[in-house]
Design a protein around this ligand. Structure first.
Ligand SMILES: [Zn+2]
Length: 357
């Protein structure tokens, strides 16, 4: 085994570009030696860029459900690969989250699993504190426990919010049974990152999404987000907790694309709207947050038009290679001011996640 210095020099020299695994040596330094870090500048001003949509896995926690990590790029023991990718793409900080796989766990398992997972998330952040923050995972199937876990995650482990699915075992996040969790998130003032799960779609729908094209993910995921957000609006959850900060993955799914219909429903057929709302359904889009993972400048322009640039934060979906150009997507979308670009690239997320500018 090389000394640390030899390792770094080798990495920077003849062996540059080769991924080192399993050496147990410091990650950040070797990654830095191999990839020039892209520094994003808008009109002469350096922006600290933040990716709010970055997946990872904790194998010790998954083992409690007899699950294995796949793909391996989710492992934080491979943080050097991740940092190298971030450096190349111009991403300064990634906010790590874990897609829920534990919603069927009983209370004892859920308690143990989340503790291990949040501890390990905190360790991963502490190993590279300038590059990573993380969302706590919570056992939302036990809403009172989830509230405790969020508080412990934030106060004890320094995590910056919570990651949740788009539904919980077929139940909507707007169900009053989840109020204890929403109340805690509102009270703590932390961001809740909502990411859909293919398994969240109803069984009959999953059946229709089979076949070529990966529709369960390609349209199933944004559809789940659309349904979840629509219920949070129409069931009055966002009126109940007006201080709640929710960030929806994948640009909020289809909701911002066809938002006008949500307003038109209650006007055209008032009987359908049994819960009085404090404002028009589309106005709630301006209090939610959305990641920028919508692929084209036109889609991002439209998202800004529907939600406001102040509500959009950058998301990459790392390590899933949907995009490697999130920074350029925001820089290259026409019609935005420099301040709007800076907000979307990182300033808004930094504020929401307590990242120093
Ligand atoms: Zn994702």
């Amino acid at each position: 085994m090389n000394t640390r210095r030899e390792f770094i020099e080798e990495s920077a020299g003849a062996m540059a570009g080769i991924a080192f695994v399993g050496c147990g040596l410091a990650d950040a330094a070797s990654a830095q030696a191999q990839t020039r870090r892209r520094e994003v500048v808008v009109n002469g001003r350096r922006v600290k860029t933040v990716d709010v949509h970055a997946h990872c896995s904790v194998p010790e926690a998954m083992a409690l459900m007899n699950l294995k990590v796949a793909p391996e790029t989710l492992l934080m023991s491979k943080a050097s690969d991740r940092i190298r990718a971030m450096d190349g793409q111009g991403i300064d900080v990634a906010a790590l989250s874990i897609n829920p796989y534990w919603y069927k766990a009983d209370r004892d398992v859920a308690r143990q699993l989340i503790r291990v997972q949040n501890e390990k998330l905190a360790e991963a952040c502490a190993a590279n504190p300038d590059r990573f923050v993380a969302f706590a995972s919570v056992a939302l199937q036990h809403p009172d426990l989830a509230a405790e876990q969020l508080e412990e995650g934030v106060k004890k482990y320094g995590l910056r919010g919570a990651g949740v699915g788009g539904s919980v075992n077929g139940e909507e996040l707007a169900d009053p049974k989840f109020y204890p969790f929403w109340a805690k998130a509102e009270q703590l003032g932390v961001l809740v990152f909502m990411h859909p799960q293919a398994a969240g779609a109803p069984a009959d729908l999953q059946n229709r999404l089979k076949g070529s094209g990966g529709l369960g993910n390609v349209i199933g995921n944004p559809l789940e987000t659309t349904i979840a957000l629509s219920h949070l609006i129409f069931e009055g959850t966002l009126d109940q907790f007006p201080g709640l900060k929710i960030c929806a993955a994948h640009g909020g799914g289809y909701l911002p694309s066809y938002a006008g219909r949500s307003d038109a429903g209650c006007v055209t057929f008032p009987d359908w709207c049994t819960k009085p709302l404090k404002k028009k359904p589309t106005e709630y889009l301006r209090q939610l947050y959305f990641d920028s993972l919508v692929f084209t400048p036109e889609a991002l322009r439209h998202l800004v038009a529907e939600t406001g640039s102040s509500q959009i934060v950058m998301g990459t979906d790392y390590p899933f290679p949907w995009t490697k150009t999130s920074v350029d997507h925001i820089l290259g979308t026409p019609g935005l001011t420099d301040d709007e670009r800076m907000a979307m690239l990182g300033a808004t997320a930094a504020k929401l996640l307590g990242i120093k500018p």
